[in-house]
Design a protein. Structure first.
Length: 115
């Protein structure tokens, strides 16, 4: 099955990234679409992992586009890829401060004797 590949920027601010869409010449549905989605996702995951890019299925593809299977690559992945390419390396977590030495609790004040 031949598909037309479309690449675009996702304009949804809660899912910033690059949209990857495969547009097929005919509508695909049900199990056939699910199986094809899995195959495409596996190929994309395998192929993009060498660049440390992750991919997920784009659930925002309208149902009316029954001939389109979409995926999303998060913009953060490209940021890290570029940072690594220019020698910045992976972001490091701030150093964890050392725990203070254990201090023995103070003894409670002495009670006066009962009369």
């Amino acid at each position: 099955m031949n598909a037309k590949l479309k690449i675009a920027v996702n304009k949804n601010p809660t899912k910033e990234g690059v949209k990857v869409q495969f547009e097929f010449p005919q509508t695909i549905q049900g199990d056939e679409k699910a199986a094809l989605t899995q195959k495409l996702q596996k190929k994309l995951v395998d192929g993009l992992s060498q660049y440390n890019l992750t991919i997920s299925q784009d659930t925002d593809v309208p149902k009316s586009l029954g001939n389109v299977i979409g995926f999303l690559i998060p913009i953060a992945d490209f940021r890290l890829m570029i940072k690594n390419a220019i020698g910045g390396g992976a972001e490091q977590a701030p150093p964890v401060p050392e725990a203070p030495a254990a201090v023995a609790p103070e003894a409670p004040p002495a009670q006066p004797p009962l009369q």
